[in-house]
Design a protein around this ligand. Structure first.
Ligand SMILES: O=C(CO)COP(=O)(O)O
Length: 249
């Protein structure tokens, strides 16, 4: 049985104090659903979140990292720096990193390799733009994103990878992929994994949906057989909304 996961990507939000408050509130209100729960605050607040959640099962992830171990990369953060503060989960390939900061599939392949070398767990994001969907190219785009960044990996690497399908047109727009659209793409992703690797890899990998998941729509999206949870943006910034989404799993 694959793991159900609800992850909150806090993006560039929350001060240190707000991080502490939200983390404490989540820890206090977290229901026991059997699902894994992960939050990803901004770099400067990771230590605060780790400390605030040390007695909780909620895990802390980074939103990005560099592929190099160290060196002349002004403004960047390495895997070793994250591990040093007890963060061993990292989100890679978010569409905002791809579109605003020029992250390419090649860069992401390097980041993925580094994270796996360091025994980190990866939440790997990908998804098509509105244009791709309108031109009926969404399956091809998703397949190429997976192929370019992940398909040189060996099958066992996927034990440490969670996939997060986030159609760009549904992020922060209030427009969600319908549960049927999400299911259709998740089934395609699983089929693609089975074709490249095998049924075990495909059946064991958790595939999260991200894009305007809210308390009101979470249950229906999560009810789809190939949707194993969600990567939540805006609604993860409010404890009651995020907890309601965790409950929906
Ligand atoms: O980008 C997302 C999570 O990584 C989704 O963001 P929203 O839930 O705000 O649409």
């Amino acid at each position: 049985m694959r793991t159900k996961i609800v992850a909150g990507n806090w993006k560039m939000n929350k001060t240190q104090q707000e991080t502490e408050t939200l983390a404490a509130e989540l820890a206090a209100k977290l229901p026991d659903t059997g699902a894994e729960v992960i939050v990803a605050p901004t770099f400067v607040n990771l230590t605060t979140a780790v400390r605030s959640l040390e007695n909780s099962v909620i895990q802390v992830a980074a939103q990005n990292m560099h592929f190099a171990d160290s060196g002349a990369y002004t403004g960047e953060i390495s895997a070793d720096m994250l591990l040093d503060i007890d963060v061993d989960v990292v989100i890679l390939g978010h569409s905002e990193r791809r579109s605003h900061f020029g992250e390419t599939d090649d860069m992401l392949a390097k980041k993925v390799n580094t994270a796996l070398d360091k025994n980190m767990r990866i939440i790997f994001c990908f998804g098509e733009e509105l244009e791709d969907r309108k031109s009926d190219n969404h399956f091809a785009v998703v397949e190429s994103q997976l192929k370019n960044a992940l398909f040189s990996l060996k099958a066992e690497a996927f034990k440490n990878i969670v996939l997060a399908y986030e159609p760009v047109w549904a992020i922060g727009t209030g427009e969600t992929a319908s549960p049927e659209q999400a299911q259709e793409m998740h089934a395609f992703i699983r089929k693609t994994m089975a074709a490249k690797y095998d049924a075990a890899v495909a059946n064991n990998i958790s595939i999260l949906y991200g894009g305007s998941v809210k308390p009101a729509n979470a249950k229906e999206i999560f009810s789809k057989p190939d949707v194993d949870g969600g990567l939540i943006g805006g609604a993860a910034l409010n404890a009651d909304d995020f907890i309601a989404i965790v409950r929906a799993i």
